[in-house]
Design a binder for this molecule. Structure first.
Ligand code: ADP
Length: 809
């Protein structure tokens, strides 16, 4: 006891003091009657004291021998006594125990509580009680129940505290065990959502906390009535549950049932109950002991599981993936999902398939591979990945990708193998098609003279195939095509157009430009490309093809040069032809010189005659001016006639480039006849014309067309020159044709053999001694230049017919 008040220290150890006083020698006094009386009194007192000592001694003997630990303290709590049993128990001397020594024998964990209770008792004068562990002499701490009560004098003052400490170790431990096992039980019930309850005909006699919780009652509120519980049972389940219990009671057997309860807030709980009726020795029903198990969550989990399984089956169906499990110990298939059955063409309605039934479905060529692989992974306990074919009974071949995973126990022994099999047939087919098309395109790309290119969004090359730009395509990666172009300055417009196309992300085709080839020589490239966009529509660059078109461009250039040359020689040829035609005209006119002279001289002669006549009329007396005037008019007419003849001759002789006139063909014919009629007359040829009216006009060179007519007429006159006395007829006719006009010159000369029909048009073919043989060839060229045709045919009964057609204007 740490605290010690002044008052209590003055009153310290009353019993001890008393004991010492008791042992001290009696005080000596003088003897008298009073003394005698005193002696008697003294004797009495001694006697009394001895009796007290005796009784004290006996008491101590008793206290020391009671089967309990006894102690005493003063009113202040200061220890004044410990019985022998106490000291023996703790194995110590009183010296070690007194003052505060006793505290060392109380378990340190329990001391604070003990001190608290003890001080409280001292201060309030109420009973003291503590349960604490005390160290026994053998060192073992044992539980004690320590109690103290105050002893008071007549005035009620506390003069002493007496205490008794009892070893309650066994009981305390048993109690703890019981409490713990009860706690465990409650915990177990709470965890397993199961409770225990017992009831008889009238009431519920026992219910564990968990039972009340399950039924939805508040455990601290105590046992609910049977009626209250009954009301919680789902109305649909009440009769069934009652009947089940009644049957079990009458048949004296256990029962189990499932039922629902409805909580006040409407929540429904699913319960399972097992009950056992208990009977007395006389066979009377004592009570029914039941367990209540809340299976709501399990029910919910079961439903979720069922739903989960449905989802799994659906997922497996969608992904064509089946799953399986194989038990290593029994060497049997433990589980096989529906999709697994389907993939292997097995019937899901039948029992679990064996490994053998799976194996039979594996393609014979793949079986060994699958067996070896399975044996290896089982042996090595590793994950497996396999690909093989499955043949269904109808011969369909499927491609399956399978994976397996070993499940090992704590010792690393194989317990199970679980895995999946995925039907990858469609993917295989798609892959095969893709591979084929890739190979095809690779072949195209490798064999084509074109090359492939790709650029980034800045048009820089990111890919060029081997043959790009002739050689060394790698050097161009990261550059743009115009970095190497050679025609940027010479053809800026072309490039501007290309840049505009690129910047608007449009495709382009056959863009030709000149660039520095891989070999260092200029080359022409034809490129086509299209923009590439990613899934988000973001522009990613261009890709396309390029071709070396240098040879084509060069060939085109030389073709153009050749064409220009041809055009030039054509022009030269045309010029030569014109000149030839002119020469031919001049020559023909030369043949007509005498006729022409005659033609010109005739009007002149006439004019001279009229002039002489006029002169005569002038010299007459009186001069006849009227006649003179007539003569002068005639002179003018004849002069004009001569002028016309000369004009026509000049036109034919003039050297002029080909013209495109609108020609009245009949007029042209008549003019030529006029030029040649003297020649015809000189040769005794009678000239007739048969000209169609309303002919369409033709488009062409009037002089050239007249040259043709002139040639044909002169040839005809010449041909008829040697036919003696026979009729010399020349018929010139014109006719309307569906697509233009035709003109025919028909004579009655000797004509020519059928074999010569075409030969006559050959250049330099002539049967005439002084002939050049060019006339008809020139005529044909002229008509063909007018998009017409000229040909010859025999006349009946004799002679030749030359006919040409020219299209209408
Ligand atoms: P050339 O008059 O200088 O011989 P042409 O080309 O005009 O040249 O005529 C070629 C040949 O065609 C003549 O030499 C002649 O043999 C034959 N020929 C042309 N016209 C007639 C005709 N009307 N009748 C018979 N033969 C003709």
């Amino acid at each position: 006891m740490r605290r010690r008040s002044k008052a209590s220290s003055k009153r310290a150890r009353p019993q001890e003091a008393k004991t010492r006083k008791g042992r001290a020698a009696p005080t000596m006094r003088r003897r008298s009657s009073a003394d005698q009386a005193d002696e008697v009194e003294i004797e009495d007192r001694r006697e009394a004291e001895r009796a007290v000592r005796e009784s004290e001694y006996k008491l101590r003997q008793i206290i020391d021998t009671v089967p309990g630990i006894v102690w005493a303290t003063g009113p202040d709590g200061e220890n004044t006594y410990a019985n022998r049993r106490l000291l023996d128990y703790i194995g110590a001397q009183y010296e070690d125990f007194k003052n505060h020594g006793w505290q060392r024998f109380v378990h340190p964990d329990d001391l604070p509580e003990t001190l608290k209770a003890f001080h409280h008792a001292i201060e309030t004068g109420t009973s003291y009680e503590a349960v604490h562990r005390v160290r026994r002499s053998d060192g073992e701490f044992r539980w004690h129940r320590d109690r103290g009560e105050p002893l008071r004098d007549r005035e009620g003052r506390i003069i002493q505290w007496y205490g008794l400490s009892i070893d309650v170790d066994e009981a305390k431990k048993a109690e703890d065990r019981l409490r713990r096992s009860e706690a465990y039980l409650a915990e177990a019930q709470r965890l397993s959502h199961s409770g225990v309850a017992a009831y008889n005909e009238t009431a519920i006699v026992f219910g564990s906390e968990e039972t009340y919780r399950i039924w939805g009652f508040d455990p601290p509120q105590g046992v609910p009535s049977r009626e209250a519980v009954f009301q919680r049972i789902h109305p649909d389940d009440r009769d069934r549950l009652n009947a089940e219990v009644q049957r079990a009671v009458s048949e004296k057997r256990d029962y189990s049932a499932a039922y629902r309860i409805v909580l006040p807030d409407g929540t429904i709980k699913h319960l399972e109950t097992i009950g056992r009726p208990a009977f007395s020795a006389s066979g009377e029903l004592v009570e029914i002991v039941t367990t209540q198990i809340d299976v709501t969550e399990r029910k919910r989990a079961e439903q979720a599981l069922m739903l989960g399984e449905a989802y799994l089956a659906e997922t497996q169906k969608l992904t064509h993936t089946g799953s399986w499990a194989w038990d290593a110990r029994s060497q049997k298939v433990l589980y096989c999902s529906e999709e697994m059955f389907r993939i292997f063409g097995l019937d899901p309605q039948e029992d679990l398939p064996t490994r053998k039934s799976f194996r039979q479905r594996v393609h014979p060529e793949d079986r060994n591979k699958v067996d070896e692989s399975f044996a290896r992974v089982v042996n090595e306990r590793v994950d497996s990945f396999d690909e093989y074919r499955v043949v269904l009974p109808d011969g369909t071949v499927k491609h399956v990708y399978s994976s397996g995973h070993p499940i090992l126990d704590a010792n690393g022994e194989l317990i199970e193998f679980v895995g999946t099999a995925t039907d990858v047939t469609e993917r295989k087919i798609a892959e095969e098609a893709l591979r084929e098309s890739e190979a095809k395109f690779r072949d195209y790309a490798e064999t084509a003279s074109d090359w492939l290119w790709e650029t980034d969004p800045d048009y820089k090359f990111t890919l060029l195939t081997e043959n790009a730009f002739g050689s060394d395509p790698a050097q161009r990666i990261g550059t743009v095509c115009w970095d190497h172009a050679l025609d940027l300055e010479t053809e800026p417009d072309k490039w501007r157009l290309v840049w505009a196309t690129l910047d608007s992300h449009k495709p382009f085709r056959d863009f030709v430009y000149c660039t520095l080839g891989g070999s260092g020589a200029p080359m022409y490239v034809k490129a086509s490309g299209k923009p590439v966009f990613d899934a988000d529509g973001e522009f990613r660059g261009y890709r396309g093809t390029g071709t070396d078109v240098t040879a084509i461009i060069r060939a085109e250039a030389s073709l153009r040069a050749a064409e220009a040359e041809a055009r030039e020689s054509e022009q030269r040829y045309q010029k030569a032809q014109l000149e030839l035609a002119h020469a031919n005209r001049v020559a023909t006119m030369g043949q007509l010189t005498s006729s022409i002279a005659h033609e010109v001289s005739q009007p002149i002669t006439a004019a001279v005659t009229y002039a002489l006549a006029a002169r005569r009329w002038l010299s007459a007396e009186p001069p006849n001016f009227h006649e003179v005037d007539d003569a002068l008019s005639l002179i003018v007419r004849e002069g004009n006639r001569a002028g016309d003849v000369i004009g026509r001759i000049r036109a034919l002789i003039k050297k002029a480039p080909a013209r495109k006139d609108v020609v009245e063909i009949n007029d042209a014919i008549l003019e030529v006849i006029a030029l040649t009629h003297t020649e015809a007359a000189n040769n005794s040829v009678s000239v007739r014309t048969l000209l169609a009216e309303g002919l369409p006009r033709v488009h062409g060179d009037r002089v050239q067309l007249q040259q043709v007519l002139l040639n044909l007429i002169i040839n005809a006159i010449e041909a008829m020159h040697d036919i003696g006395e026979k009729e010399r007829d020349l018929l010139i006719s014109s006719r309307n044709e569906p697509d233009g006009v035709s003109v025919e010159v028909r004579d009655s000369g000797p004509g020519f053999a059928a074999a010569d029909l075409d030969r006559v048009f050959a250049a330099f073919y002539t049967t005439k001694p002084g002939g050049l043989g060019l006339g008809l060839s020139i005529c044909r060229s002229i008509i063909e230049a007018h998009n017409g045709k000229l040909w010859a045919s025999p006349n009946v009964p004799r002679g030749a017919v030359f006919r040409f057609t020219v299209p209408a204007h």
